[in-house]
Design a protein around this ligand. Structure first.
Ligand code: SAH
Length: 356
């Protein structure tokens, strides 16, 4: 029999703690071995089974014969003037995704992808133009964190840790809920995962409402991309998402969601000039989210080459924000990070597009 290629081997990065315990049991190994293997990968950043030196040589050889660690490869890093860095990452089958590092004063946030391309067709988003190539595995989702952390360690004298994760890169996380959930479990596990607090992880969705509970149950934050103040508007700019769940149904789902004590939803609202940016839109938006424990992230459109949409002027943006604030809604204006390297929201996929 020819030797198995790494693609056919089991990817250890895709197993949760429970999955690893089952795997270890199936090899006839002691249960503690599961945590040993997980700690090697997530706490010591080991990329090869051979380096797990507290396993006997015989066990390492056996493990290496049947399993692998599909560590993604960083093929390019584009540095923005504002400190944001966009990583082009190649997966084991040759597919490419993008991951963005956003350093701020006391935090370093990694914006990670959950699909190659995207299953939705939001008209203002560059990733949508790629279509869906495939879902990422749990290992490929958490692998973005691991390889960027390693890059930071290699390139800094006193390397800082990544502190936050937002699943706002390429793809719709809730259309790939199984791997997203498994990756989050490994991110938040204290003893044998990355040990990130769930409060530091945010999953952003275009509105696949029947999966909201799965995210909230993990204790992580949920962000919902509303982007419109009427159902007609939303149909025009996010047709696929709005077909899955109309704006009224989406708002009802958000209202009835049982959030943990003192937690709130984030609503995202992309401001498109002349489409959804009028004072009436702001008033309608405020009215429709009244009473929901939430905050609103207003995201002025990040320009995409060839897009029919444009960014509103500064005065319109500030007035929109002001109307929400005056109605007692916690509102944040999302500064575009890395627009000069097409690393901002909705700009991911340009490099992948060139490679198709
Ligand atoms: N599919 C998920 C996550 C990826 S998009 C979602 O829709 O939430 C992350 C955020 O970027 C969403 O709020 C989306 O509406 C926003 N976005 C997409 N394209 C944009 C663009 N060109 N300018 C500004 N924000 C954009």
């Amino acid at each position: 029999m020819p030797p198995l290629t790494s693609i056919e081997k089991l990817d250890l990065l895709s197993l949760t703690k429970v999955g690893m315990e089952k795997f270890v049991h199936a090899q006839g190994w002691k249960p503690y071995r599961a945590e040993q293997i997980l700690r090697w990968m997530y706490q010591r950043g080991v990329t090869q089974v051979e380096h797990m030196t507290d396993l006997s040589i015989q066990d390492r050889t056996h493990l290496g014969d049947i399993a692998t660690i599909n560590w993604p490869t960083i093929t390019d890093v584009v540095q923005s003037r504002d400190g944001t860095a966009k990583f082009l990452i190649r997966l084991h089958d040759g597919a490419s995704i993008e991951t963005v590092l956003i350093p701020e004063r006391d935090r370093r946030t990694l914006c990670i992808s959950t699909q190659v391309g995207c299953s939705l067709d939001c008209r203002f988003c560059l990733t949508a133009e790629l279509g869906l190539k495939r879902n990422l595995t749990a290992g490929e989702i958490i692998g973005q964190f691991l390889c960027v952390q390693e890059h930071i360690e290699k390139t800094n004298k006193t390397p800082p840790r990544l502190t936050n994760v937002v699943m706002m890169g390429m793809g719709e996380p809730l259309a790939n809920i199984g791997p997203v959930r498994d990756a989050i479990q490994n991110m938040i596990h204290g003893r044998c995962g990355l040990g990130l607090s769930p409060r530091r992880i945010t999953v952003s969705t275009a509105g696949i409402h029947h999966k909201f509970k799965d995210i909230v149950e993990l204790g992580v934050n949920l962000a919902v991309s509303l982007n419109a103040s009427t159902n007609e508007q939303r149909n025009a700019i996010m047709p696929a998402a709005n077909q899955l769940c109309s704006l009224p149904d989406l708002l009802a789902a958000c209202r009835s969601l049982a959030l943990p004590h003192r937690r709130r939803l984030t609503f995202e609202y992309v401001l498109l000039r002349g489409v959804n940016d009028s004072p009436q839109d702001a008033v309608r938006l405020a009215g429709s989210i009244r009473g929901i424990p939430c905050m609103v992230n207003v995201i002025p459109f990040n320009e995409i080459p060839g897009s029919p949409y444009t960014r509103p002027d500064e005065a319109t943006i500030l007035e929109f924000q002001d109307i929400l604030i005056r109605r007692n809604i916690d509102t944040y204006l999302r500064k575009s990070k890395g627009p000069d390297v097409l690393g901002a929201c909705g700009q991911l996929g340009a490099s992948a597009r060139q490679m198709l």
